[in-house]
Design a protein around this ligand. Structure first.
Ligand code: GLU
Length: 307
């Protein structure tokens, strides 16, 4: 039995509108809605368009259409709410590009606690100092600008100081985890040189303010979890959410499948005449939730997790 909070707990489906919905997203939606229906959770929809250069309105429109077509209905922040234009305040619907004031307020709080500094280091300069990361490793920021008194007017980049702490959590699928964010990535970027709020800042603020207490997402984000727990604590969140990181659709060599390597778009499958049940069954089978592909109805998802 999963160690979930008492119902109704809150989770979210939080796609970035930087491309079309593909089978990897469908796997995530199956976990999010399946677990919520099986164990008394509510699903919020959040459009994660914090990156205003890569996000596009047509991707958002397409992903809302695909969600409707697949039959995934959020409990709050429905696809209709998003189509109605700029949404009201939290908790939901929440589109990150409408939420800049909240991220600015969070950064301000951290700044007043003496935890924020401007940074002018480029990726190349960081790599020159600490060495280029191996494949699959992260570039760790060594804190170069921490005490350099950089004029804040010269750069939009803001980093948040992360003291060295061991973060322990029990992943609901993967078990005990120990992460040391100060050694994995170093001080976190909260805002980048283009003025985008970073994924890490936005997601922590949103999960806190929307009362999300269970985060269900792919295992590619496991390394982000320790830093999100540490940042949430700095922002005053008394208890972090629980996390479940699920399997991804992988290439035969074990690496994550990307769109260009053939992860299939939901729109392409629709155009090719696939039914929604066939798409769901294909996605579920690719991560072992079904032994073999078969048509799977949205109403059957809870049963996949109650076994
Ligand atoms: N927006 C992220 C993505 O599309 C998901 C972030 C999360 O679940 O924390 O990959």
């Amino acid at each position: 039995m999963l160690d979930l909070p008492p119902p109704p707990w809150r989770t979210r489906f939080a796609p970035a509108p930087t491309g079309y919905l593909h089978l990897g997203h469908v796997v995530n939606a199956i976990y999010v809605w399946g677990l919520a229906r099986a164990f008394g959770g509510r699903v919020l929809l959040r459009v994660e368009d914090h990156d205003h250069i890569r996000s596009r309105p047509q991707y958002e429109a397409a992903l809302l259409d695909d969600l409707d077509w697949l039959g995934f209905e959020p409990a709050a922040g429905t696809t209709a709410d998003f189509r109605r234009g700029p949404p009201p305040r939290s908790p939901s619907p929440l589109r990150q590009s409408d939420n800049g004031e909240r991220y600015a307020a969070a950064l301000d709080r951290l700044d007043r606690a003496g935890l924020v500094y401007p940074c002018t280091c480029t990726r190349r300069q960081i790599a020159e100092r600490v060495g280029s990361p191996e494949r699959g490793e992260e570039l760790r920021y060594p804190g170069t600008c921490r005490h350099r008194n950089v004029d804040p007017a010269t750069t939009a980049v803001r980093r948040v100081f992360l003291e060295r702490r061991e973060i322990r959590f029990t992943d609901l699928a993967l078990g005990e985890q120990v992460q040391v964010p100060a050694e994995q990535c170093g001080d976190l970027v909260a805002r980048d040189r283009e003025g985008n709020w970073s994924y890490q800042l936005a997601v922590v603020v949103d999960d806190f303010e929307q009362g999300v207490d269970v985060v269900i997402r792919g295992a590619d984000l496991l390394d982000s979890t320790g830093r999100q727990i540490q940042l949430a604590a700095l922002l005053g969140r008394a208890e972090p959410p629980r996390f479940l990181h699920h399997p991804l659709i992988l290439r035969p060599d074990g690496f994550k499948l990307s769109k260009s390597e053939g992860d299939t778009g939901v729109g392409e499958l629709r155009d090719a005449g696939w039914s929604r049940e066939r798409v769901l069954g294909e996605a579920a089978a690719r991560v072992g939730l079904l032994d073999a592909p078969r048509p799977l109805a949205v109403d059957e998802l809870a049963a996949l997790f109650r076994r």
